[in-house]
Design a protein around this ligand. Structure first.
Ligand code: ATP
Ligand code: PAF
Ligand code: BAL
Length: 291
């Protein structure tokens, strides 16, 4: 594995492979890797001749009062994990490499980006769409891999790639979970022991949503209220988003039965926000994978 930090050096190294028609897979990350990231890398490894993983904690997608400064970082450990996963290139630019001057250009998908997590993190998804577009332009991958845990992010990136005719296949990868069902996330490291135990309320709420739906729940407002009440049973948990939406448009629904529905959760445990979601009502539901 080769570690590269500048745009010019990565372009130069990849152009040789591109000329000989080698397929390139890109896995964008913010580092502090776990088995969820490794799953994305394994998928990229299986489907491409060259695999590029980027590690970049993108300031554009953090709000002023968010955790940019304390976001966990461990490049040495990440490098060892990526070497073991047979990655060809680790692209680890600095902020000055990626943004040598303030960005004047923004890629935004405003309708999808203001819903759900976007309502709680204004501007977040414009920051994501902008950096992902820049990464696509640098790497020019044939395929790019994203986790379904960040369901809204995948929806926005798909729409962006389609609207802008970006020549890349967007590949969603099922969520990897801990034994108790909690979705793996770099931010889980912020949780105290007590908070980690409380966090199991998030996957439990998804199971509760499935149960309510199977029982015939049809009124979105009542369904959301029931989910909020369920989460509030855990004193350390605050449901910032507990919503049921259309899986493609992310828009509110007028009724639930007879169609697939997206259940989206954004739950604060102490000061840590945890994200999870499930699409319910599909005949062939995407099944999550145990870690
Ligand atoms: N548990 C998981 N299973 C599968 N993919 C995941 C999982 N967690 C994260 N990913 C995916 O890995 C990619 C990089 O995500 P990122 O580096 O932000 O990790 P993260 O664990 O989601 O961090 P955070 O705690 O900041 O949300 C994203 O496409 C994300 O959806
Ligand atoms: C896609 C991404 C790497 C863009 O910074 C980030 O939003 C993430 O880690 O999910
Ligand atoms: N959604 C993963 C990246 C972030 O929270 O900023």
């Amino acid at each position: 594995m080769e570690t590269i930090s500048t745009i010019a050096a990565l372009r130069e190294r990849l152009s040789a492979y591109r000329k000989t028609g080698k397929s390139i897979g890109l896995v964008p990350t913010m580092g502090y890797l776990h088995a969820g990231h490794v799953e994305l890398v394994a998928r990229a490894r299986a489907e491409n001749e060259i695999v590029v993983v980027s590690i970049f904690v993108n300031p554009l997608q953090f709000g002023a009062n968010e955790d940019l400064g304390k976001y966990p970082r461990d490049l040495e450990r990440d490098s060892a994990m990526l070497r073991a996963a047979k990655v060809d290139f680790l692209f680890a630019p600095t902020v000055a490499d990626m943004y040598p001057r303030p960005m004047e250009t923004v890629v935004d998908v405003p309708k999808l980006g203001v819903e759900l997590e976007g309502a709680v993190r204004p501007g977040h998804f414009a920051g994501v769409a902008t950096v992902v577009t820049k990464l696509f332009n640098i790497v020019q991958p044939d395929s790019a891999y994203f986790g379904e845990k960040d369901y809204q992010q995948v929806a926005i990136i798909r729409r962006m790639a389609d609207d802008l005719a970006q020549p890349v296949r967007i590949v969603p990868v099922p969520t990897v979970r801990d034994a108790d069902g909690l979705a793996l996330s770099s931010r889980n490291v912020y949780l105290s022991k007590q908070e980690r135990a409380a966090a199991v309320i998030v996957p439990k709420a998804l199971a509760e949503a499935e149960r309510l739906y199977a029982e015939g729940a049809d009124d979105p407002a009542a369904f959301e209220a029931a989910l909020r009440a369920f989460i509030a049973n855990e004193p350390l948990a605050t449901p910032e988003v507990a919503a049921v939406r259309h899986p493609d448009t992310l828009e509110p629904l007028t009724r639930l039965q007879g169609q697939p529905i997206l259940v989206a959760l954004f739950v604060r445990i102490g000061t840590t926000r945890l994200l999870d979601n499930r699409v319910i009502g599909l005949t062939q539901a995407a099944s999550d994978k145990a870690a």
